[in-house]
Design a protein around this ligand. Sequence first.
Ligand SMILES: [Mg+2]
Length: 289
Amino acid sequence: MKKYKAVFFDWDGTAVLSRTAPVDDIVPVMQPLLENGVKLAIISGTTIENIAGGHIGQYFSKKQLGNLYLGLGRGAYNYGFQEGKPYLFENRLPDTAGLLTIHRICFEIHAELKEKYDFDTDIVFSRPNYCKIDLMTENRRGDNLFMQEDELDLLREKMKEHGMKEGLSGLMEMAVRTGRSYHLEVIPTCDAKYLEVGISSKSDNVEAILGKMREECSIEAGECAFWGDEYVGIEEDIFGSDSFMYTEQTSDGDFFDVSEVRGKRPEGVRLVGGGVKSFLDFLAAQNEM
Ligand SMILES: [Mg+2]
């Protein structure tokens, strides 16, 4: 295993079992790396309130926080720390009119699914630059927000029952087409329960943060590792939210998947499996190097 100068990683399902799970295991492996100047970047779809209950900063010294970055809200927010406090150095937030356009697009997707296929959805609107369309309204995830093994099969089955022959790719196309009718290029992602439709993705987070690292300490993508639990291909050429960490700018990096969900991963992503423990072991091993 090589020694990395920066590690980008997903939070729920990769660093911690769930966002309400204790951080007792992840914090002690992060501390020495941060202390020794390794850059760590948490790349999560959630907002800062949901990372260690909004108190991630309190687990680290000011010096350690100087090496910690948060790329959150699926592209919306990028934070560094100054004097021990998080500060936004780049964001992708639409104004109210722009946000309402995203809401309208999502409502239209909801309506089209109901009208054409009698397919029920719920929409979560209260997100900074995207909406979550719940495709499995009868299936609750509880605290475990990451994709479960059987969810994909359940969703495929449900779509078939409703006559949605184009499957998930048809759904993604519907999102893009609906977006264009509002003159907006939307970026849809799908993890089997939620179709998320917004204007940014984890690609925007990793590129903003890598850009900052490059500028401040000339770290290049080839010196970085990218860990997640949602790379897996849901259908041909549709990959999970963590696959968005793989971009033209980051492609020289090393990509690892701790999930064992069956399916195709983007080229170059290494299947490690083992869940959260694998990632903790990796960070511990980096500390030894
Ligand atoms: Mg995850």
